[in-house]
Design a protein around this ligand. Structure first.
Ligand SMILES: CC(C)(COP(=O)(O)OP(=O)(O)OC[C@H]1O[C@@H](n2cnc3c(N)ncnc32)[C@H](O)[C@@H]1OP(=O)(O)O)[C@@H](O)C(=O)NCCC(=O)NCCS
Length: 150
């Protein structure tokens, strides 16, 4: 398994983390957008997916799911437990996957109103590269953000 060059409390997600992570999804996203336990299990089992987790003791506090799509690192999902936000965990998770693929540019989608996430991405060097109307359902625009590296 590839090394993750980051602080000790980030590791690859384990099967036992999935219950905590499904709860974080429910606390973080609109009901229809939150990944259910079985969806997380699917990502966990799929080859080619990087699925990292942060923990506080035995409790999972955040996760990031990414893959490589058409030569770019695609950030599919990132979420931090509400009790653990604004402590640098989201940034650490993102840096961990970026460090795993240092040669690749990265791309993600974010809801137009999600200014907290957009602010984190902008702080890390992501720039807005597109919009998709109703990407998150009728009237909910998706913003594409890209971190160019090469
Ligand atoms: C987006 C998210 C992952 C950020 O995680 P986090 O651990 O709180 O982020 P960090 O502590 O690393 O914050 C880094 C930067 O993000 C921005 N940020 C984070 N939370 C913010 C908030 N509530 N309001 C404004 N800016 C915020 C700030 O620029 C912050 O830098 P600063 O601390 O120097 O001000 C977290 O808020 C979350 O899980 N949100 C719900 C799920 C979600 O929206 N995921 C993204 C979907 S695209």
């Amino acid at each position: 398994m590839a090394q993750i060059a980051t602080s000790a409390h980030i590791t690859y997600a384990g099967w036992r983390d999935l219950r905590d992570l499904a709860a974080i999804q429910r606390a973080s996203f609109r009901r229809d957008l939150a990944y259910k336990w079985w969806m997380l299990a699917f990502f966990w089992l799929m080859p080619g997916i990087t699925f990292l987790v942060t923990r506080d003791g035995d409790r999972a506090t955040g996760s990031i799911i990414a893959d490589v799509d058409r030569g770019r690192l695609r950030i599919m999902n990132i979420a931090v437990h509400p009790d653990y936000r604004q402590q640098g965990i989201g940034t650490e998770l993102m840096n961990a996957v970026l460090d795993k693929y240092p040669q690749l540019s990265a791309v993600l989608m974010v809801q137009e109103h999600n200014t907290a996430a957009q602010s984190m991405y902008a702080r890390m060097g992501f720039v807005r590269t597109g919009t998709m109307d109703s990407y998150y359902g009728t009237g909910n625009t998706g913003i594409e953000m890209t971190l160019k590296r090469s």
